[in-house]
Design a protein around this ligand. Structure first.
Ligand code: NAD
Length: 308
């Protein structure tokens, strides 16, 4: 049986995620959107590329949730994206209504699916998706840390003039301005970054990563980043569908891990066929803990607005 991935929202991130899945051939795709013509048009365009990619994947575009029935994975990208000058949090109320509507439908159509939430503010929307679907928390997660770490990796690799493949980075916490990049875990082929770069340079690259989304929004003027967000989402999809058990930083439900309870936060997890199969708890220093708590407090402040 071929695997089925439904992508809700056929905008920039959704359509590009759909592209990466069909191009890889690892699953069939259903692209859903409320806008008439958009999901159908983009899906047809992608289907016409499949012979050129030697891909066996099928893809359809739809406005009907029954087409998404029995999906293995549902990716949620539906909602508004940032405009210049807007923070991720400015999207809160409009996107919360969309997430509730989408998740009510997903729970009916695909009760066994694993859900990846991309819509911002992502950590809050992941928690709302978990509450609305009433799925096990192992099957609902958010994409943020994989993207933030990839941004940091490319900035580090350019600075050091080494292949980004050899650069590792770990970013914890909420997917927002309070994200927690950890220099202790940044390495080039196992060599700590502090051996290779001055502290103030590392700090500047971390700051650029924090503003990575806003930098692209201000360049594009309309719309926000989507190639790297879709590539990050695809890495998560692949790890789940192929049961790769990659260790990736994702927004996961914490129930006492890292000393916090009842909140979605970015932490390293093992992603496999069951979804979030394990949360990896690392011992943080006092300063790292303080940053992590600050990030939790920002996310909690937003979740409290919905009593979720
Ligand atoms: P976009 O505007 O290009 O696409 C959004 C799509 O959602 C539109 O096509 C719209 O018609 C659709 N939509 C709206 N309401 C819907 C509903 N009720 N049901 C189904 N579809 C609906 O935006 P984008 O650039 O693709 O970004 C999508 C979301 O992802 C935004 O919230 C953005 O902030 C977020 N995002 C998150 C990350 C991350 O790292 N987590 C990265 C990039 C973007």
């Amino acid at each position: 049986m071929r695997k089925k991935v439904s992508v809700i929202g056929a905008g920039n991130v959704g359509a590009t995620t759909a592209q990466f899945v069909v191009q890889s051939g690892i699953a069939d795709v259903v692209l859903f959107d409320v806008a008439d013509g958009l999901p159908q048009g983009k899906a047809l365009d992608l289907a016409e590329a499949c012979p050129l990619w030697n891909s066996p994947s099928t893809i359809i575009g739809t406005r009907d949730y029954t087409d998404t029935n029995n999906s293995d994975i549902v990716v949620i990208t539906a909602g508004l994206a940032r405009k210049p000058g807007m923070s991720r949090n400015d999207l809160l109320h409009a996107n919360a209504d969309i997430i509730k509507e989408v998740c009510t439908e997903i729970a009916k159509a695909s009760p066994n699916a694993i859900v990846i939430v991309v819509t911002n503010p992502m950590d809050v929307m992941a928690q709302l998706a978990w509450k609305t679907t009433e799925f096990s928390c192992k099957r609902v997660m958010g994409m943020g840390g994989v993207l933030d770490a990839s941004r940091l990796r490319i900035f580090l690799s350019r600075e050091l003039r080494v292949s980004p493949e050899d650069v590792e980075a770990l970013v914890l916490g909420g997917h927002g301005d309070d994200m927690v990049p950890l220099p202790r875990f940044m390495t080039v082929k196992g060599i700590q970054i502090t051996e290779l770069l001055r502290k103030n340079k590392i700090a500047a690259l971390i700051e650029r990563t924090r503003n990575g989304g806003a930098e692209i929004v201000s360049l594009l003027k309309s719309g926000s980043a989507y190639y790297a967000p879709a590539a990050a989402t695809f890495q998560m999809i692949r790890s789940i569908l192929l049961d790769e058990k990659r260790m990736l930083p994702c927004a996961a439900y914490l129930n006492g891990e890292y000393g916090v309870k009842d909140i979605y936060m970015g932490v390293p997890v093992i992603l496999g066929k069951e979804g979030v199969e394990r949360i990896i708890e690392i011992r943080l220093t006092g300063e790292e803990k303080a940053q992590f708590r600050k990030s939790c407090a920002s996310v909690r402040k937003l979740t409290e607005k919905f009593s979720i």
